[in-house]
Design a protein around this ligand. Structure first.
Ligand SMILES: [Ca+2]
Ligand SMILES: [Ca+2]
Length: 508
């Protein structure tokens, strides 16, 4: 009987081999992350709306766990597979953002209860969505009770500001924005923070941490931290915030065991290139990729972003440059989803939300607006269906000022991305040597399949637009993938094996 079951499994594998292989291969680089500021996303429970004031950008706005649970299907339908939440620990008054801890072991009452948070994680897992929790171990809130505890005076560094940002000791031991700086070199503090980080995983089953203010905490602490928290749950993911413009400074933290980083050097280039026209793309894109390949063991796992809660929104940059923000945002999003790395979309980007510096970049989400929801959903689907975008190398095929074509290739999967960052329509020719065999380009957004002409493939791209093409074999007007005959052969072999086993069993 056991043999028959194995034979059946072989047959199932033969018929659906591709899906099984990819399920087994699934890693964090396959994820697409949606980033939520809990207080500013969705108010699902008005009974916890203490001191809510929608007119005060520095006050609570009412968002909570129930609101996120209610919107999980919305998030999933946009193609996201993981959610990063701003810190959920109990904060001191006015700490709507979560970064002013009052109690490391309690949930913030404005957001709901511990039970509701566990339900949120479970409901997300039911939809194959992972939860990444923002964790702050560098500092506490301004009024943390330990500050008045005589036994805890050596839990903090001296009250000194960070004045010299090139002095690593000052960066690690000074007070960031005046916040009490924890002394991770004190064994009691270290043990407390490590226990706390492990406890949240055991208690709530979250799948990863986004680590706040990594460069303000010594590397030897992070080494122990990474080792300890990863021992609690398999495949637990750490994505760190090292807010620095020098890629080598950021990459130095990879030695600690932190898996990934929000890629500030990528952010700087992408926002500069796409918030105005006529900027060269290919050269910088190739530069970032070659650099990341040389700096990281797995550069595919870095977090790409064009918006976050600490910088003015991309839409504001485009408006300041006198550009149409939606047009510019579409180009930037195409780039972010098709460049190597994990896309991280900050809530509100899907509705082209405007916002200046903090706290204006944290406005309440408006679910009646759908400006770019379908655009992002399409990008999410493409990323999910094409391993070239999650595992493939990058090659720039055309690189002119404002006009770029690049390819991503993984095994037999090939995706071509064409971008016109100029204010004129552009005709782009891809010659035979750039693409393999007799292929055709199937567009993701448009409806015109590009077939090979005498000189190669001729793509006409309207001004300030982009198109993603799937490169497929040209089977004379059919867009279907060639039937995989080897599946049939293996399936017949499996049927033969089962038949043999059944006949043998009858004769026993
Ligand atoms: Ca609420
Ligand atoms: Ca510090």
């Amino acid at each position: 009987m056991k043999k028959i079951s194995i034979a059946c499994l072989i047959m199932i594998f033969c018929l659906t081999g591709k899906a099984i292989i990819h399920a087994d291969d699934h890693t964090w680089q396959d994820e697409t992350i949606y980033f939520i500021m809990v207080d500013r996303f969705a108010n699902g429970d008005t009974s916890n709306d203490y001191e809510v004031d929608l007119n005060d950008p520095a006050a609570y706005h009412g968002g909570d766990f129930q609101g996120i649970i209610d919107k999980l299907d919305y998030i999933k339908e946009m193609g996201f597979t993981a959610i990063w939440l701003t810190p959920i620990v109990k904060n001191e008054p006015k700490g709507y953002h979560g970064y002013w801890t009052e109690d490391f072991y309690e949930v913030e009452e404005h957001f709901g209860t511990m039970e509701e948070f566990k339900t949120l994680v479970q409901e997300a897992h039911n939809r194959d969505i992972k939860i990444i929790l923002d964790l702050v171990v560098n500092h506490t809130g301004y009024q943390h009770p330990w500050l008045d505890d005589p036994d805890k005076q050596d839990w903090f560094h001296e009250d000194e500001a960070i004045l010299d940002w090139d002095n690593q000791e000052n960066v690690e031991n000074g007070r960031l924005a005046g916040l009490p700086d924890l002394a991770q070199e004190n064994p009691e503090v270290r043990e407390y923070l490590l226990d706390m980080a492990k406890w949240w995983i055991q208690e709530t089953d979250v799948d990863g941490y986004r680590l706040d203010t990594v460069k303000h905490v010594p590397k030897d602490f992070w080494e122990e931290f990474a080792r300890e928290v990863k021992s609690v749950k398999d495949n637990f993911f750490l994505i760190g915030e090292v807010w620095h413009n020098d890629p080598t400074y950021v990459a130095d933290y990879a030695e600690t065991g932190i898996d990934s980083f929000v890629d500030y050097p990528f952010y700087n280039e992408a926002t500069r290139i796409f918030s105005r026209p006529d900027q060269r793309i290919g050269k910088y894109m190739q530069g970032i990729w070659e650099r990341n390949k040389s700096l990281y063991e797995n550069p595919y796992v870095l977090g790409n972003f064009i918006d976050n809660h600490d910088n003015q929104r991309f839409v504001r940059l485009a408006i300041e440059n006198k550009q149409d923000p939606v047009t510019r945002l579409k180009l930037a999003l195409t780039y972010m989803y098709t460049a190597p790395g994990i896309p991280i979309v900050y809530y509100g980007t899907e509705i082209a939300m405007d916002g200046g510096n903090d706290p204006d970049n944290r406005r309440m989400m408006d679910f009646t607006d759908h400006e770019l929801v379908s655009y992002i959903s399409t990008l999410g689907d493409i990323r999910k269906d094409h391993p070239a975008l999650t595992h493939g190398d990058l090659e720039v095929l055309v690189d002119k000022v404002g006009t770029t074509v690049f390819s991503r290739t993984y095994e037999k999967n090939n995706v071509i991305v064409a971008m016109n960052n100029t204010t004129e329509d552009q005709e782009i020719i891809l010659t035979d040597d750039m693409l393999t065999g007799d292929s055709q380009l199937i567009p993701v957004f448009g409806d015109k399949v590009i077939k090979k002409e005498k000189d190669g493939y001729v793509i006409t791209l309207p001004k300030e637009s982009s198109e993603i093409f799937i490169l497929e074999e040209d089977n004379d007007n059919t867009n279907e993938v060639t039937f995989p005959y080897w599946y049939l052969v293996l399936g017949l072999i499996a049927v033969g094996v089962i038949g043999f086993l059944i006949i043998r069993k009858k004769h026993q």
